[in-house]
Design a protein around this ligand. Sequence first.
Ligand code: FPP
Length: 224
Amino acid sequence: MNPLNHIAIIMDGNGRWGLKNRKSRNAGHKAGLKSVENIIKASIKKNIKFLTLYAFSTENWRRPKKEINYLFKLLENFLSKKTLQLHKQNIKLKIIGKKSFSTKLNKLLKFAEKKTSSNKKLQINLALNYGSKSELINAIKSLVKQKGKINEKNLTKYLETKDIPDPDILIRTGNTTRLSNFLLWQLAYSEIFFEKKLWPDFNQDDFNKIIQKYKFTKRNYGGV
Ligand code: FPP
């Protein structure tokens, strides 16, 4: 049976869910947050150590301002209400991506990361303003600047995920089969599960079924 430490998720389909339910795209994001909470609970039950959630990409700035503002408000409210609760549950929150948001959001993120930094039960990596290509470019620049030998081990030290094992599983919901500039280096040998359901419809059963399937997958890492 395969060991399982890290699950990464591209939470796609919020906008379509909102429109399909005769509401707005933003209503889809609100419903998507409920799924986030359910999947955190399921991860704890399954004793997963790392959960990485793609919440906002460097390309998502191309969306209408109203939608961007709504997403960040949702995140602000989530952090204001839930940081201490996450802390009590022994959950660590880490942001990957460039932290350049409003002063209020920057403060909330900083507080949440600091407050939860020693927690051990589950680490949630929230990918926010994250893009894998720019992460790799920055890592290469730093490695060259430090005059380090260019090899896999050294490059990994400069990635935002430097203390995090590579994902065992990537899940993408929303019936779309692409990686969207997410963890391109780290996903080299992850098992990928594309899920037809839209993110707000994705539930703990769906999550557990994927885990079950993963556990009995033969992982070859290029061997036989
Ligand atoms: C992709 O769906 C989803 C996002 C860009 C945002 C993800 C945000 C959440 C799940 C809610 C907030 C989360 C936190 C942690 C506060 P999409 O809008 O691209 O869907 P579409 O493909 O139907 O347009």
